[in-house]
Design a binder for this molecule. Structure first.
Ligand code: ADP
Ligand code: MG
Length: 973
């Protein structure tokens, strides 16, 4: 940079768009009043800018008024920036881009792209142009390359002049124009400008791809279009470069107005953050008093650092809405523009010096340096004189003109015509070397910049850490005091500990003795343990035997049980049959017997007792029936006897009746004879009376006397006959009475007979019944015989393990008399039942015995196991005791060692030789297989080691280890 930097303010242009459709429909007021070319009145306040564009200004007018000049500047080697600031839909994009392919509506960027090439053609034909175009987007403070969508977070670097730039390799357009290439003019014009348009299209497409809602996105992101133009004079090798930033900022509206929330709010805050960073930068620059401008607050301000208060010709478009609805935003936008207007930039041409120019500059600088040093010396001398209280006369005072002289000398442009007169030619080789070096240095510089960036972040972090550390330090100081106090306490403790050490040494001695005792004890215990182990093994063997026996017993018992079950099954089946016979199926027995024999036995017993009672009751009934039968028989005999007497009587009576009837017949005949004689007599009488009458007349009186004697005789005979008849009648009546009486008696006797007959019938029926029962009894007897056989079998089975039942079990059949036999049978059955019960009882008892024996055996087993366990715990206790002793011993040793070491280190490096006799003989006889071996060995080693330590020489304990006698190996398993 060697031109005269020109100070100039940022150009601020204000553009109002027309009311849009929705605003018109809403009936919004049009608030701005355009007073002149550079003044606008909004809300009664006038705002003055470099230019105010009313709503009807065309794109071309806008471009011609401000942007055209910037293209010339950039081609002249200046940096240029055009911003568009304003709320969303205020016309920023319209101003910057417009409609790209519409010649009337196209905005600044496409027009610049066109214009640049027009200018290039109007320029010197010895100039070679390198044009690079980049297109970025800053969203959420991240720079995205719109020409290479993979690069989403580009970093900002600084070039050799400490000018920040976005580090990106993707330049979509990198054109080299040179007259030497002899490009046909037409072709050139055809390809160049459309290429830049393509870049814009591409970038816009990339923005569209990245987001769903382009309008919202564009209002939240900043887009930066960068045109980098480098020109080199083919002959003079003079290099000029200019950068043109075309920035379409995010909407400046307040977050509250958009009603954003959540992620959108975060986003909005971030946009506002970069915008407020821009505002802060502009405020800082506008005030001009602040030494620090917060460019680094956001990536955007950092990129545009040079455009704001740097080496740049900057134009800012303030885009506003004319609607009353956006009143507040418009006002704040206008205020922002007013502030930005005060910023002063110092634009200078970006000229790269040639080697000769550099050399000259170097010489000058050297000279200047020399003179300045001299001046400094002079000033120092003068200062000293002043300090010494000397009064320096004005003539001797060093004046400021010395400095200014140099400044003016320096400010003289290098780029004057005399440059050619001091051309120092250097060789090509040297030039290349320098260039290489310069390139290297630039690269280093780049790296350093990166580093600086990192370091800055680090510095922040470190500052934070420093603060943390300070806090920590403060707390540490407190801790330190505490520690000091602790130290004092520890000192005291240490003194105590020293005293203790002595005691401990004594204790140690005791411990050593104790240890010996313990080890002996341990040995004894070991032996005891051995013995116990032997015992244990014996016990175990016996236990095993017992277990085997038990299992055998169990097996046998199982078999027996099975057999018993079988037998019982048979028995039960028989019993059930028996019960069906005896109890008429009232008693139901389980058909199958399995599982718990005892229960089944009890069940069987129950059933048997039931059957017994049933049998008993039956016997009783039998007896009763027999008695009844006897009585019946007796009664029958009696009745028979009675009956025969009755019959006799009846026959007597019949005979009597017969005789009487005969008599009656004879009497009847007599009577008839008498009646016949009476009749004949009466006839004779009549005849005689007739004759008498005749004779009376004749014989008169004589015959009367005879007749009268005859009549008397007759009368007498008649009376006698009558009497005789009467008597006979009386006898007949008497006999009929008796006959009827006898008949009655006969009927009575007959009824009796009938009754007795029916009784006899019933008795005989009962008898039949009883005989049937008797048969059944016989059957039961047979069954019981079978049962007895079964019992005999069972007895045979149990003969092996139980007492045989007493020998009087044989039954002796007695066939004397029905009831007696029955009784005997019943008693036999009962006997059998008893036997069965006995057998069952025996079985139950055996079973119980076996069961009793089982817990005994188990108990024995348990007690043996307990004994083993007790022995084990005793062994463990002994071990633990030994271990504890050992640990205590070790601790003591350690403590003493530490104390001794500290003592030796601090005070008496070669003192404190505490003699402690090594007792190798006291070590127990040990072997590697003995579980105590490791312990003993470790203790031993510690012992020896500590002893050696006390004595001041550390050697491996060899004497102790040599005491291990492998012959005394005793298995302790
Ligand atoms: P921003 O980029 O600020 O959000 P835009 O540039 O997208 O706003 O403008 C919003 C709308 O207003 C677009 O449709 C655009 O065509 C229109 N517009 C903006 N400024 C003007 C203007 N000066 N004349 C005519 N229409 C305009
Ligand atoms: Mg926009």
């Amino acid at each position: 940079m060697a031109d005269i930097p020109a100070e100039c303010n940022i150009k601020v242009l204000c553009r109002f768009r027309p009311l849009n459709q929705s605003e018109i429909l809403r009936g919004d007021q049009f608030i701005p009043k355009f007073q002149s070319d550079d003044t606008v009145l909004v809300g009664g306040k006038s705002y003055v800018f470099d230019r105010v564009f009313p709503t009807n200004t065309t794109q071309e007018q806008v471009y011609n008024t401000c942007a055209k000049q910037i293209v010339k500047d950039v081609l002249g080697g200046y940096n240029g920036t055009i911003f568009a600031y304003g709320q969303t839909s205020s016309g920023k994009t319209h101003t910057m881009e417009g409609k790209l392919h519409d010649p009337h509506q196209m905005g600044i960027i496409p027009r610049i792209a066109e214009d640049i090439f027009n200018h290039i053609f109007a320029m010197d034909e010895n100039l070679e142009f390198h044009i690079k175009v980049s297109y970025f987007e800053i969203y959420m403070d991240k720079i995205r390359d719109l020409l290479d969508v993979t690069k989403t977070n580009l970093s900002v670097h600084e070039d050799k002049n400490r000018v920040p730039f976005v580090k990106s390799d993707s330049y979509s357009v990198s054109l080299v124009f040179s007259p030497l290439l002899l490009f046909p003019l037409l072709l050139f014009l055809l390809i160049s400008s459309p290429l830049v348009m393509d870049v814009i299209d591409e970038g816009k497409a990339a923005r569209h791809v990245a987001v769903t809602n382009m309008n919202e996105h564009s209002s939240r992101s900043h887009s930066i279009f960068l045109i980098n133009i480098k020109q080199e004079h083919v002959e003079t090798e003079q290099k000029l470069c200019g950068k043109l930033y075309l920035v379409d900022l995010a909407g400046s509206e307040k977050v509250s107005k958009t009603g954003a929330a959540g992620a959108v709010l975060d986003e909005a805050k971030n946009i506002n953050k970069s915008l407020s960073a821009l505002g802060n930068v502009i405020s800082a620059l506008a005030e001009g008093t602040k030494s620090h401008v917060p460019y680094r607050d956001s990536k955007m301000t950092r990129i545009l650092q040079d455009s704001l208060g740097g080496n740049c010709r900057t134009t800012m478009f303030i885009c506003c809405s004319p609607s009353s609805y956006n009143d507040a935003e418009t006002k704040s936008t206008l205020m922002f523009g007013q502030r930005a207007k005060t910023i002063r930039n110092t634009a200078s041409i970006n000229l790269e010096l040639t080697a000769e120019q550099w050399k000259r500059k170097y010489e000058k600088e050297k000279e200047k340096n020399k003179t300045l040093k001299e001046t400094v010396q002079k000033l120092e001398i003068e200062l000293n004189r002043w300090r010494n209280g000397e009064e320096v006369p004005e003539t001797e005072q060093t004046t400021a003109d010395v400095v200014t002289r140099f400044e003016t000398v320096e400010e003289r442009p290098i780029l004057d015509n005399d440059t050619s007169s001091i051309v120092v030619r250097i060789s090509e080789e040297e030039r290349q070397k320098y260039e290489e070096e310069i390139r290297k240095l630039y690269k280093q510089l780049d790296d350093k910049d990166d580093e600086i960036n990192l370091q800055c972040q680090l510095v922040e972090k470190l500052k934070q850490q420093m603060l943390d550390q300070d806090e920590l330090l403060a707390s540490s100081k407190g801790d330190g005091d505490k520690v000091q106090a602790e130290l004092g306490r520890l000192q005291v403790e240490s003194d105590c500990a020293k005293a203790e050490v002595k005691e401990v040494l004594q204790a140690l001695e005791e411990l050593a003795i104790n240890y010996d005792q313990k080890s002996q004890e341990v040995e004894e215990k070991g032996l005891q343990n051995q013995l116990l182990a032997d015992q244990l093994s014996q016990k175990m063997a016996s236990l095993m035997e017992l277990e085997a026996e038990l299992s055998r017993m169990q097996e046998v018992s199982g078999q027996q049980r099975k057999r018993i079950a079988d037998v019982l099954n048979g028995l039960m089946r028989d019993l059930s049959e028996f019960s069906t016979i005896v109890g008429n199926g009232e008693i139901k027995l389980p058909v199958e017997i399995s599982g718990a024999i005892e229960e089944e036995f009890t069940v069987a017993r129950l059933y048997i007792s039931k059957i017994k009672s049933e049998v008993k009751s039956m016997v009783k009934r039998c007896r009763q029936l027999e008695n009844m039968q006897l009585e019946c028989h007796r009664k029958m005999e009696e009745t028979g006897r009675e009956l025969s007497s009755c019959q006799l009587l009846i026959s007597q009576h019949e005979a009597k009746i017969r005789s009487l009837t005969e008599y009656m017949q004879s009497v009847e005949q007599k009577k008839r004879l008498l009646e016949e004689s009476h009749d004949s007599l009466s006839e004779e009488l009549a005849k005689l009376q007739d004759q008498g009458n005749l004779h009376s007349a004749q014989k008169g009186e004589t015959e009367d006397g005879n007749q009268e004697s005859h009549r008397g005789l007759h009368h007498k005979q008649l009376a006698r006959l009558r009497d005789e008849i009467n008597e006979k009648q009386r006898i007949i009546d008497e006999l009929t009475d008796r006959n009827s009486k006898l008949e009655l008696e006969l009927a009575h006797v007959r009824a009796d007979f009938e009754r007795l007959k029916s009784q006899d019938n019933t008795k005989s029926e009962r008898l039949e019944e009883l005989s049937f029962l008797h048969e059944r009894h016989e059957q039961t007897k047979q069954d019981l015989k079978g049962l007895e056989e079964t019992v005999v079998i069972i007895r045979g089975i149990y003969k092996g393990f139980c007492q045989p039942p007493s020998g009087s079990s044989e039954m002796e059949p007695d066939d004397s008399g029905g009831s007696c036999t029955q009784k005997q049978k019943i008693s036999f059955l009962e006997n059998n039942l008893d036997q069965l019960t006995k057998v069952h009882k025996q079985l139950v008892r055996d079973n119980a015995d076996l069961r009793c024996e089982l817990p005994k055996l188990e108990k024995r087993l348990r007690s043996t196991a307990e004994r083993v366990k007790a022995l084990e715990t005793a062994l463990r206790d002994a071990k633990e005791g030994a271990m504890m002793d050992r640990r205590r011993y070790q601790q003591e040793v350690d403590r003493i060692k530490d104390a001794m070491r500290a003592k030796n280190a601090l005070r008496r490096p070669h003192a404190a030789q505490i003699a402690k006799p090594v007792r190798p003989k006291q070590m127990p006889v040990c072997s590697p297989t003995n579980p105590f071996y490791t312990y003993i060995r470790a203790t031993e080693q510690a012992n020896t080691y500590s002893n050696a330590l006390f004595q001041g020489n550390v050697t491996q304990p060899s004497a102790a280890s040599s005491n291990c006698n492998p012959n005394s190996v005793q298995s302790n398993t």
